[in-house]
Ligand binder design. Structure first.
Ligand code: ZN
Length: 114
């Protein structure tokens, strides 16, 4: 089994597939490719027009003793509803977050324990 296939199965992310896996001194960096071509603004507006693009890394849940990061291209769109340039929404993280939803949910759950 290819390592990208294995990570696709392990992570089970919706809306993205694993393109690359790199073992770095910081941890495992999983490169993602989005399945959806359309850009979705956090307000719900969607478009095909890209304003610009960059790469972002999100801390995900650790895998064994290794830190795990997701990395993907993230685009900005000129939102007609918001009237300004905004960063698109991704399925695995909240807008503006540098941690994944799963990571934040576990932190929140741990914080509620006595
Ligand atoms: Zn918007």
């Amino acid at each position: 089994m290819r390592v990208t296939t294995a990570f696709n199965k392990i992570l089970g992310l919706s809306g993205a597939s694993v393109l690359s896996v790199a073992f770095t001194p910081d941890g495992i960096v999983v490169g993602l490719r989005r399945r959806c071509r359309r850009l979705v603004c956090p307000c719900g507006f969607s478009t095909r027009g890209t304003y610009d693009r960059s790469r972002r890394r999100w801390r995900h849940l650790d895998l064994g003793a290794s830190r795990l990061y997701l990395e993907a291209e993230i685009r900005r769109l000129s939102c007609k509803r918001c009237g300004r340039v905004r960063t698109e929404e991704v399925p695995w993280a909240r807008p503006g977050a540098r941690h994944t939803r799963d990571f934040e949910d576990v932190v929140a759950w741990l914080a509620q324990r006595p």
